[in-house]
Design a protein around this ligand. Sequence first.
Ligand code: TRP
Length: 73
Amino acid sequence: MTQPDFIIIKAKEDGVNVIGLTRGNDTKFHHTEKLDKGEVMIAQFTEHTSAMKIRGKAEIHSSHGVVSSEGKE
Ligand code: TRP
């Protein structure tokens, strides 16, 4: 199999959560990583991880381009 894409998440505020959701019949949180402002996480989709949820203000870089998530006002 070819290498799954990497996703790069850069936190734009303290306390950004990167939440991994399971692959399969049920979709559950399996891991939460907390990033503070300026911290970067590089992650892949794997056999265990089908989706990621980003909570807080961050830049998400992927092969689809760059998208920004917003923090709550
Ligand atoms: N054990 C997880 C996995 O192999 C680690 C992981 C990979 C992860 N990508 C992630 C955790 C994205 C949170 C978000 O799937």
